[in-house]
Design a protein around this ligand. Sequence first.
Ligand code: FAD
Length: 318
Amino acid sequence: MSVLVFAETIKGKFKKATFEAVTYGRKLADALSTDCIALCLGDVTGAEDLGIYGASKILNVKDDALNHFDSQIYTSVIAQVAGQTSSDVIVLSHSANGKSLIGRLSVKMNAGSVSGVNALPNVDGSFSVSKGVFSGKAFATYEIITAQKVISLMGNSFGVQELGSAGTVETISADVPASRLTVTEVQVSEGTVPLPEAELVVSAGRGMKGPENWGIIEEMADILGATTACSRPVADSDWRPHHEHVGQTGIAIRPNLYIAIGISGAIQHLAGVNNSKVIVVINKDPEAPFFKAATYGIVGDLFDVVPRLNDALRKFKA
Ligand code: FAD
C-alpha cells in the first residue's frame, strides 16, 4: 500500500498546487506508515524537486502522447501505475485537470472518491475526509469504504512544506493508449500567477463602469504582484476575460488577500471568495453586503480611493 500523487504540469513545468498535493500526500503517507510516490507524465523539468516537498519516490512515464493533458490516456496511465506500485490512495490537485480525472479514475479503479478535500483524512480505523459544502458554508465528512480511494486537494488549503531533499527520478513504462484528441495549441498566460494558485488577488466589479477604467486595477495588481479577477457581470459583458470570473459559477479561490473593488458582494460572488484569509472591500455604498464579509472596508468612491491607495502602495514599496 502506498500513496500515489499525480504531479500535474503545464508545458512540463510544475504548478504550486502540485507541490501542495505532494506535501499533502507525504503527510497522508506518514499517517498510513507508507510511501508517498509522485508520478510525472511526459517530459517534465525539475522532477527531482518533488523530493523536497515530501515524495519518497519519483516516477516518470515518458511518451510524446503524454506531453499534453488528455484525460482519457492520463486516466489509463495513472491507473496502471497505481497497480504497478500497489497504491491504494491516489491524490490529485483539485484543478481543472484534476476535476476531469477524478471521476474517470474512480470508475476505472472501482474506487470511492471525494473531490475538493481541504484536510488530511482521519485514518484511525476508517478513511474519513472533510470538504466544504454549500459554497463553503458548512463542512461535510465522507467515509470512503472502498479499498482504493481517489481524492483531489483544494488549492491553497493545506500549504506547501519542504519536508525532504531532492530525489532521484525513475523512468518507468506503461501502455499509453491511442488518443482520440489532437491538441493543436496550449495557451498559458505568462507573467501572473493563475487565479486558483494566487495568494494576492485584486478584483473589480460593475462599479468600474466600463472596461476602459481597468488601468487603476491593473496598476494595483502590478504594484502588489497580484492576479486580477472580476465579478460575473463584468466577464459576461466582455469587460474582462472569462477566466477572471470568480464565484459560484466561476473559479473558487482562497488567496491570502482578496481586494474587492466596486463589487456588491452578492451571495453567488461570495461563494467563490469567502475562504480568502483577508478580504478588503472598497465600495461607495456603506450598505453593500460585501462589508459583512470584509476584514477591512473602505467606504468611498473607487475612482478617488484606488489611485490614492496605489500612490501609497508605491511609496511603501519604494
Ligand atoms: P453590482 O451588483 O452592480 O454592484 C456594483 C457595486 O459597485 C455596488 O455595490 C455599488 O455600490 C458599487 N459601486 C458603484 N460605483 C462605485 C464607485 N464609483 N465606487 C465604489 N463602489 C461603487 N456573480 C459573481 O460575481 N460570480 C458568480 O459566480 C456568480 N454566479 C451567479 C450564479 C447565478 C445562478 C446567479 C443568479 C447569479 C450569479 N452571479 C454571480 C451574479 C450575482 O448575483 C451578482 O449579480 C453579481 O455578483 C454582481 O456583480 P457586481 O457586484 O460587480 O455588480
